[in-house]
Design a protein around this ligand. Sequence first.
Ligand code: ADP
Length: 723
Amino acid sequence: MRVSVLIPLPLTGPYDYLVPEGMALARGDFVAAPLMSRQVIGVVWQVHEQNTPPEGLDPAKLKKLIDRLDVPPLNDELMAFVDWVASYTMTPPGAVLRLVMRSTSALEPPRMQIAYVLSGTPPPRMTKARQRVLDILRDNLPRTAAELAQEAGTSSAVVKGLAQAGALSPVDRPADRPFPTPDPAFGGVELSPAQAAAAQRLIEAVDARQFSTVLLDGVPGSGKTETYFEAVAAALKQGKQALILLPEIALTVQFLDRFADRFGCRPAAWHSDLTSKERRRTWRAVAQGKVPVLVGARSALFLPFPDLGLIVVDEEHDPAFKQEEGVIYHARDMAVVRGSLGHFPVVLSTATPSLETVVNVAQGRYRHVVLPERHGPANMPQIDAVDMRQDGPERGRWLSPRVIEGLRKTLQSGEQGMLFLNRRGYAPLTLCRKCGHRMKSPDSSSWLVEHRLKNRLVCHHTGFSMAKPKTCPGCGAEDSLVGCGPGVERVAEEAADLFPDATVVIMSSDTVRGPAAVERIVEDMLAGNIDLLIGTQIVAKGYHFPRLTFVGVVDADLGLSGGDLRAAERTFQLLSQVAGRAGRESRPGRVLLQTFMPEHPVMAALIAGGRDGFLAAEAAAREDYALPPFGRLASIILSSRDPHAVEATGRALAKAAPVSEGVSVLGPAPAPFALLRGRHRHRLLVKAERQINLQAYLSAWLAQVKPPNNVRLAVDIDPYSFL
Ligand code: ADP
């Protein structure tokens, strides 16, 4: 018998192997196979009943598989998903399979551990500690010596002594602890009538056991999470698994506890910060169907759930769902694909839906469930603009008098404030007062950002950093380098100066590393130990701080410059989310946006609460220019250490572009980041009408030009980043 095996490497497709006598194999099985002189693990992608190899393949040359692994096989749904993602993103299926096989040790036989149970023989001599150990084991659950010692408050020598005396019998137990089972009937809040009606529609979608996509659309604090928990409960009652995708792992901290309030235990979690041991434990348990609910970042979408019944994509509009390296995919869109292949519903939850989703709702592809109001007495905060042309701060300062006044009142009444600026570090640009020399990253086209807390100049794109020089590298002048513009550290400095008695804390990805650090800040906010939180976009995400009533946005215009087609949409989403942190309980919230363009449609929509009008205007503009979601885009990024090679390849590619009605090719042009980690970058943008099969066009085109070995080519379907 011959089988095709997909190997988790970026090869063109599955490889064929012979099955040794006596090895029973089915599609989806994990196998060990020889490849070159190595042994690799792959998945049986196809079983060929007849051993007539495809043309050009000599059966005598086929190698034999080595082994079949004792791991639950992948199901058809996930295999179809891998193929689908590969063909949509134009990446080799093996590269997508690698996303599924994210824990190699999970594929090894499970590690066993010695644990103890009661043997029935009493020990010859009894002590209090011995008695405690024996009492604990009466429930028949095997425990290791270390676990027993801890539970009994004694040493493991006592446990070993009991074993030697024959009172305990050793048994083998898998080293990985099982996950607790969430209880759909454990707890939960009493839903308001609007929430209950919304929950009912989600439950119906789950109970239908069919594919559908539902937009759960509600202002921040309207109870979307409580509402979709009911859909999760419905999936659990069916004995199916549920997956909740969050854009940012920092968010999971508060989330895990909220989940535990509703379901009695924390769900499993999946993100890049897991230790390899946790990764193995979680992957294996997922594959065995022993993880009823998992919360994770985008990569969790590729876990081998045997019987998914629901995916929730929380904050569906968040750009963090787009994976920009390796296999370039959008986790929200691919979640919808997995739902359609697996015949289960997908719930997209947000207060500020993406334009793509809004259009899908308008065209009837997605259902729309709305929660129009904040829960309980809370109202939406009042949002106003501070016109920086008239009411701006003093020279060299960043906070306007109105923001300072707002903060003062807030702090005086014992409430908390937040300042938002989407810029890490102290100053985004360092230049010489004498000669104007600007401190630039050596291997990328970006400025070095001063981080005063670390006392370094840092490149945010490559991680390069250096000490701030004493003398200007341009003219040699001493102490002439000054920071221009604000980052969160500089705003914090100003705030500390204005409010010397307040506790001011910075929250940005470089000051707060890892979920534990985030948890500490969240707890301090909840306990009232922080008066003023100053942060980048990580503070904008779903946190619920009851005492936070004032939000000041230091530079509301920041995201609007640049050529990104989603700049306005994203700025609106981000600022709505930041604003949504204020006044989430009984005390009313107030938000001030410092802007030089108070009349800009984004600001106007935020102030007047005109989300739908703003989105309609954005949609109309995109439709006029046939931009997504009304047309299709793909970008091709070429990069190389050799600037000439990259340019020449770009030109050759553009020349070879097939002429096709409804498709236009723009470029090549140097990318905005023309240099990144020492690689020169050029981009081409392909724009096509919606009905065109863009992947087919690209395959035909790219088949004609083979870039030289020193030029890397990456295809980004539905690009979100234009850098
Ligand atoms: P969203 O996800 O829409 O931002 P949440 O689900 O986080 O809203 O709800 C906001 C806050 O209000 C949370 O603390 C939540 O527990 C609380 N809440 C929402 N609905 C109810 C309810 N029906 N009863 C009690 N508390 C609720």
